[in-house]
Design a protein around this ligand. Structure first.
Ligand code: RB5
Length: 144
């Protein structure tokens, strides 16, 4: 299992705590937030992206109310491939085909059992390379 960095805003705090318990025994670094006090999610996405830059074999989990804001903020970083997933199959294919290195989850849109199921699929799958590598390489081409 890869090392895992995890961060959330106030909308994802409760789910982050659930997933931290679920991940007991794994190497996990909690980057906050650590309360329900309102915070701005881009700061946490940026913090996690900085850690993954220094530790490129690790993966990340970002949680906000919907997972949407976190994915948008995280994907501004060229070394991040963040996937907002709502099914186990999303998460599995995000790893197998897109080499996602960050899983984004919605703390207010997913039940806890579903979120654990999505996370397990994300962690169990691995990148298939081949034609998918060629496509993923094109992410770093300049966009129009
Ligand atoms: C915070 O209220 C909420 O906007 C945030 O958690 C997230 O859902 C944004 O995408």
């Amino acid at each position: 299992m890869p090392k895992i960095y995890i961060a959330a805003d106030h909308g994802g705090y409760d789910l982050k705590e659930v997933l931290l318990s679920h991940l007991k025994g794994a190497e996990v670094v909690n980057l906050g937030t650590d309360s329900l006090e309102s915070v701005d999610y881009p700061m946490y996405a940026d913090k996690l992206a900085d850690h993954l830059k220094a530790d490129p074999t690790a993966v990340g989990i970002l949680i906000c109310g919907t997972g949407l804001g976190m994915s948008m903020a995280a994907n501004r970083h060229l070394h991040i491939r963040a996937a907002r997933c709502s099914t186990g199959l999303d998460a599995e294919l995000a790893r197998r085909h897109n080499n996602a290195n960050v899983l984004c989850l919605g703390g207010r849109t997913l039940g806890t059992e579903l979120a654990k199921h999505i996370l397990d699929h994300f962690l169990q799958a691995s990148f298939e390379g081949g034609r998918h590598q060629r496509r993923v390489n094109q992410f770093s081409d300049p966009a129009c």
